[in-house]
Design a binder for this molecule. Sequence first.
Ligand SMILES: [Mn+2]
Length: 268
Amino acid sequence: MSIYVMSDIHGCYNAFLSMLAKICFSDTDTLILAGDYIDRGTQSYEMLQWIERCPPNVCVLRGNHEEEFAAYVELMLLLDRREGLDTDIFSPEDMAALYHSVKYWLCHSMTPEHCFDVFDVYGTIESLLKRETTTLGDLCRWAEMMRKMPYYKKLDVGGRTCVIVHAGYSEWNEGAVEGFESREQFYLYAREESIRSGGVKNGMVIAGHTPTILKDEFAYHKGKVFRFYDGKKNCVFYNIDCGCVFRSVQPDARLACLRLEDEKVFYV
Ligand SMILES: [Mn+2]
């Protein structure tokens, strides 16, 4: 009967399954996933399938990569309507044609340096359509699932408020946090601001988003979980993104899982 948290799986489905086996995850446990299931890694499709069918004791939160995926699908639908392409949502061929139309349209309406920054930046949609069975209907279903994902989860663990979020959470800022357009942007994109401007009084914030393998980043901890205690706020901050998707190029990288009750960390 434990609560586990993982983040930033980024298409590392095999590592994710290894972790579930390592923690002996069962129906009586709870798993909270803090976003970024897709992109960069090779098994985004497997992650999407798993999340779509995940059991009720799993809480799936939103990451910036889910937000961006949903926006790419929105762009495809927009172009489909605007150009009257009449894409069949059940046809993989139509989906491939629409994908290439969007790329063509973007590359002809923007400078080449920019057209690759606004659509399918990690090539995940392209990799999905290479499976030859993916349709626009699948993309729309996944995008819809992502738009329903909550930004954060707040729960009481042993009398302490714990907030799990993709990047940052602030109890103090009513509207947008300084430097961010909105609260939602802070939830999804905060980096060192997650500690500077974020937190929960007498609580704990568990986030990912900034890999602990990056030497120039605040959360650098040689690929181990980063933990910081702020005495003024009496708040513990965790960054549990240990960069598992970079394992092939970075030997320190790994997938981490935090058990909330005793703050024990598991690695694969
Ligand atoms: Mn992220």
